[in-house]
Design a protein around this ligand. Structure first.
Ligand SMILES: C=C1C[C@]23C[C@@]1(O)CC[C@H]2[C@@]12CCC[C@@](C)(C(=O)O1)[C@H]2[C@@H]3C(=O)O
Ligand SMILES: O=C(O)CCC(=O)C(=O)O
Ligand SMILES: [Fe+2]
Length: 373
């Protein structure tokens, strides 16, 4: 049984081809990128006569932040945070590093390709293998040090990119831990209730949470209504912190509302509940289905910080949240194992680790919500 995050996909290698079109020179959407209308599902805000609610915006300096976060996690599974303490200059630097990377010639980027059974490197989203059409995006995943891949990309000076990424990883880990404390606090749970988070865990577990960084690039698209930037998915994480540049594209699916756009706001970060927090909270905090759409005029860039537990620690519903009236709904699972499950079942992964499986078999997270369009 693999225990490192980087080993998660050994049992499920995917041969994702890297024959990207040259996004910049394409004048018409190639058929291989043209999604069927029902897969793109229109964003109701452009059609509907009703106004939709917005993903909550929470100021971390607000004394009520913990309660507001708890409410947002229960009712949305996502929120935006301001006054989060990440310097604007660092966000600018990481955006610039991403732009530098994606603007390299394709041949150079391919020198840092993610291998079929690997987790780090350049390539199309791993979930692409579940769809008949290609996504209008490219990505670069970093687990641990980016040095090896950066050497392939910038043989003369890999250090500049690595310094920025490493600084970002440190700051994001600090923020993720703070957010975890607030989210759990709203449920009456403390770090001491979670062995791997507690400072004094007697050395039984590594206290080091695991994480990954995903840089996403969405070039301007000649036919955005038929294209998909990143298809609907939940993250496998405890939580994800997303920085998006000033171009909108992120949408979350909300029961009753359909796809709701999360507009980029200056110096604000988006926080998503992932599947492992869904499990840990015994479903009180649902993981959120989200996607990225593209547009005709602007290049969009996003940076997702994916935060999870130490890769071999088993995550199961917290004892404090379960009892005779609330039996545990999920079996214990490590992050590494869950990533493998996700690689096999994709959006049915969460129901595949459910203890009482729905009568009609594995439930796709998409089946759980009101369909739009
Ligand atoms: C730790 C991870 C979560 C992730 C798979 C990965 O190994 C690294 C990339 C992550 C990402 C980002 C885009 C969407 C997603 C579903 C994917 O294909 O790669 C997520 C994965 C996830 O959260 O399951
Ligand atoms: O680009 C976005 O807005 C979404 C990215 C995302 O969902 C991811 O990287 O997991
Ligand atoms: Fe995501």
């Amino acid at each position: 049984m693999p225990s490192l995050l980087s080993d998660a996909f050994q049992a499920y290698p995917v041969e994702l081809h890297h024959k990207h079109v040259d996004f910049k020179s394409v004048k018409e959407l190639p058929e291989s990128y043209a999604w069927a209308p029902h897969q793109v599902e229109e964003n109701l805000s452009s059609v509907g006569s009703f106004s939709k609610e917005m993903v909550p915006i929470i100021d971390l300096d607000d004394p009520k932040a913990q309660n507001l976060i708890g409410h947002a996690c229960r009712t949305w599974g996502a929120f935006q945070v301001m006054n989060h303490g990440i310097p604007k200059q660092l966000l600018d630097k990481v955006e610039c590093a991403g732009r530098n990377l994606f603007s390299l010639p394709v041949q150079q980027k391919l020198r840092a390709s993610r291998s079929p059974d690997g987790v780090s490197g350049y390539g199309v989203a791993r979930i692409s293998s579940f769809f008949p059409k290609l996504m209008w995006s490219e990505g670069f995943t970093i687990v641990g040090s980016p040095l090896e891949h950066a050497r392939g990309l910038w043989p003369q000076d890999p250090g500049a990119f690595c310094d920025i990424i490493e600084e970002y990883q440190v700051e994001m880990k600090r923020l993720a831990r703070r957010l975890m404390r607030l989210m759990l606090g709203s449920l009456g749970v403390t770090e001491d209730d979670i062995n791997w988070m507690a400072d004094n865990n007697g050395g039984e577990f590594s206290t080091e949470a695991c994480d990954a960084l995903q840089l996403n690039s969405y070039p301007a698209c000649p036919d955005p209504d038929r294209a998909m930037g990143l298809a609907a998915h939940t993250d496998s994480t405890l939580l994800t912190i997303l920085y998006q540049n000033n171009t909108s594209g992120l949408q979350v699916l909300r029961e009753g509302d359909g796809w709701v756009t999360v507009p980029p706001l200056p110096s604000t970060l988006v926080v998503n509940v992932g599947d492992l927090l869904h499990i840990l909270s015994n479903g009180l905090f649902p993981s959120i289905l989200h996607r990225a759409v593209v547009n005709r005029t602007s290049h969009r860039l996003s940076v997702a910080y994916l935060y999870g537990p130490p890769s071999s620690v088993e995550i199961s519903p917290l004892k404090k949240l379960t009892g005779p009236a609330h039996p545990p709904l999920y079996r214990p699972v490590t992050w590494t194992e869950y990533l493998g499950t996700k690689a096999k079942h994709f959006n049915k992964a969460l129901s595949s680790v459910r203890l009482c499986v729905p009568i009609n078999g594995l439930l796709n997270v998409n089946d759980n919500v009101l369909k739009v369009g």
